[in-house]
Design a binder for this molecule. Structure first.
Ligand code: AMP
Length: 114
């Protein structure tokens, strides 16, 4: 999608700090980090929101969670804890309409979120 920010990142037209690429997924550092570790995991395929993910994306979504697990381990977040978040839709604060998981860690995270 030419007008999608994250598709531009997938196409390497917008520079980012990429930390992993595997299984139809790309992981890169959030430009406006909300925690010492803040990584976004996106499908390279354009899927606007979690609502648009279908049963055909089951493996992809499982791989996304597995990649979050792997990154949490490599960023040494497993003992202290970490959070994986998908914002879906306007009231959840989704601002980029390309499905993404946030991996957040490295500081205490409050609950419930605001
Ligand atoms: P959300 O609000 O859940 O849609 O999350 C979108 C995230 O994308 C925000 O945390 C932004 O800081 C992040 N973001 C926006 N533009 C970029 C970019 N060019 N590179 C990396 N992260 C970005």
């Amino acid at each position: 999608m030419a007008d999608c920010l994250f598709c531009q990142i997938v196409a390497r037209r917008i520079p980012t700090e990429i930390v992993a690429e595997a299984d139809g997924l790309l992981a890169f550092k959030d430009v406006n980090p909300q925690a010492p570790t803040h990584i976004l995991i996106i499908p390279t395929e354009h899927i606007p929101t979690l609502v648009d993910a279908t049963q055909a994306h089951t493996t992809l979504m499982g791989n996304a969670l597995h990649l979050a697990n792997r990154l949490a381990r490599s960023y040494q977040l497993t003992s202290s804890g970490f959070r994986v978040v998908i914002n879906c839709g306007p009231e959840a604060g989704q601002s980029v309409w390309h499905l993404h998981l946030h991996l957040l860690g490295g500081r205490p995270l409050r609950w419930p979120p605001g």
